[in-house]
Design a protein around this ligand. Structure first.
Ligand code: HEC
Length: 447
């Protein structure tokens, strides 16, 4: 398609190129009147500034003409290629409330602006820079409780490093949580955060194996607010473990101190639907050296009517593509998420705008493809077989999914393994899903 539109444009078939390449067509047609102040600033303020401002994940600030102008060409390229704003989901399947992508018309406006010389226009008429939350503020509102991990010193030499930091909650009673927000402390270096919760007397490392994942964060992720009567349980005196993945360019001055934190809102109403996080995973992956299209699939079966709230694939550097497909009891299939082109840097959680009703017996297929060849520019070593492991240079294949059952409170299984793989095969306790039901001391609503 891309090549074709280039050829058509080159042969001056303007009518065709309008249909095939709306961005450049708009540039040709528009009167030379696209300006930063009038047309571009509103787009950048609404879609880019959240990350492109001081102290946030992006490397440069894009809050005013002076900051934006030197980047005009890069911005044109990034929005045309849809590498910015970052968003990996193919359009046309589901609506996601945290969709960051911009419209074809917005892309056309930016392209036209750059092609016309990236002029400022009347800057006194430019919209004011939006008011952002202070770093001390939370998006979920005023938290009932904030858990902050002990400071961890990220040294200048660190490039790629996992740190596990535990803290004890001072909660004296079990609390249901209706909203969770994670905030990286040293935002420039925090690549992702997973928070695991263990009840008193339990070992948080074991809970990690048992997949009691409470919250997760990656760049661009939103806080989680559960629907009314939904929530996760935070047990009294819980042990809270932050797994923080640091990733940065090492060098003098690149280090800092991280005090990442988690804020929660308590639910005042009784929670009827404990939310569980399923891991649809394949720990048996063995990706041959040089293989450019290795496929792996795992299936989660709904044992009762339920809802899915969000989904979040996880792979590392050999990841190539990822898809979730619902196979309904009548045999029809629906794509819940398709990421045709994986990017390790953007580990989004895809929040479905409306909870998705899933009838009993539906199979959720998580399918991952990996590229372990030299064609994958992120591949650190195409010459070795790659298996499951923590390091970025190992691989993972996980389809996370937050779900509930309409009636059932006990989850029979939150870990789905590839067909034919025995329970407990992986890491001892992995797959021992019965342990994760809402029985016993009831601590597992926090999965
Ligand atoms: C979710 C956070 C986020 C949002 C939203 C975002 N960016 Fe970025 N942007 C980044 C980060 C992080 C980088 C550096 C890493 C990279 O290049 O992927 C970056 C890099 C860039 C670059 C330089 C790299 C390149 O591709 O040339 C440009 C230009 C850019 N962004 C433009 C934009 C524009 C324009 C928007 C809005 C239309 C936008 N970004 C929205 C986080 C974001």
């Amino acid at each position: 398609m891309k090549n074709m539109s280039v050829i058509l444009a080159a042969t001056c078939l303007a009518a065709f190129s309008i249909a095939l390449a709306p961005a450049s067509a708009a540039a040709d047609n528009a009167a030379p009147s696209v300006t930063y102040a009038q047309d571009v600033a509103p787009i950048l303020n609404a879609n880019c500034a959240e990350c492109h401002r001081p102290g946030q994940v992006a490397p440069m600030s894009l809050l005013n003409y002076k900051e934006v102008r030197p980047w005009a060409k890069s911005i044109r390229r990034a929005v045309s290629e849809r590498t910015m704003p970052p968003w990996l989901a193919e359009a046309g399947h589901q609506n996601y409330s945290n969709d960051l992508s911009i419209t074809v018309a917005e892309i056309a406006t930016i392209v036209a602006w750059v092609d016309q010389g990236a002029r400022s226009g009347d800057l006194s008429a430019a919209p004011p820079v939006p008011k952002f939350r202070k770093n001390s503020e939370w998006r979920i509102g005023t938290p009932d409780h904030v858990f902050t991990m002990n400071p961890y010193k990220v040294s200048d030499t660190i490039e790629d490093h996992y740190e596990h930091v535990t803290l004890k909650s001072d909660l004296t009673e079990d609390r249901w949580i209706k909203a969770i927000e994670l905030k990286p402390g040293f935002a420039e270096a925090v690549h992702h955060i997973l928070v695991f919760v263990a009840a008193e007397g339990e070992d948080p490392w074991q809970q990690m194996e048992k997949t009691r994942l409470f919250a997760k964060w990656g760049p661009g992720n939103n806080p989680t607010t559960f629907a009314p009567e939904h929530g996760k349980l935070l047990p009294a005196n819980a042990e809270i473990m932050f797994q923080v993945h640091y990733h940065k360019n090492p060098g003098p001055g690149s280090g800092g101190v991280d005090e990442s934190s988690m804020a929660v809102l308590y639910s005042d109403e009784p929670v009827k639907h404990p939310v569980a996080t399923a891991w649809i995973l394949d720990p048996t992956i063995r990706i041959p050296a040089g293989e450019n299209n290795f496929r792996s699939e795992s299936v989660f079966r709904f044992i009762d009517n339920g809802h899915i709230y969000n989904i979040a694939p996880h792979m590392h550097l050999r990841g190539k593509a990822f898809k979730y497909v619902a196979e309904y009891p009548d045999g029809t299939e629906e794509v819940l998420l398709n990421l045709p082109s994986w990017d390790f840097n953007w580990q989004f959680t895809y929040d479905l705008t409306e909870p998705k009703f899933i009838p009993r017996g539906t199979k959720i297929h998580a399918v991952a493809w990996f590229d372990n060849s030299g064609d994958n520019p992120f591949n650190p070593d195409p010459g070795i077989e790659v298996t499951w492991g923590d390091a970025t240079t190992d691989e993972m294949m996980i389809g996370f999914m937050d779900y509930t059952y309409v009636k059932r409170k006990k989850f029979q299984r939150t870990v789905a393994l590839p067909e034919g793989l025995a329970e407990g095969h992986f890491g001892g306790d992995f797959g021992n899903g019965d342990d994760n039901g809402l029985d016993g001391h009831g601590s597992s609503g926090g999965q």
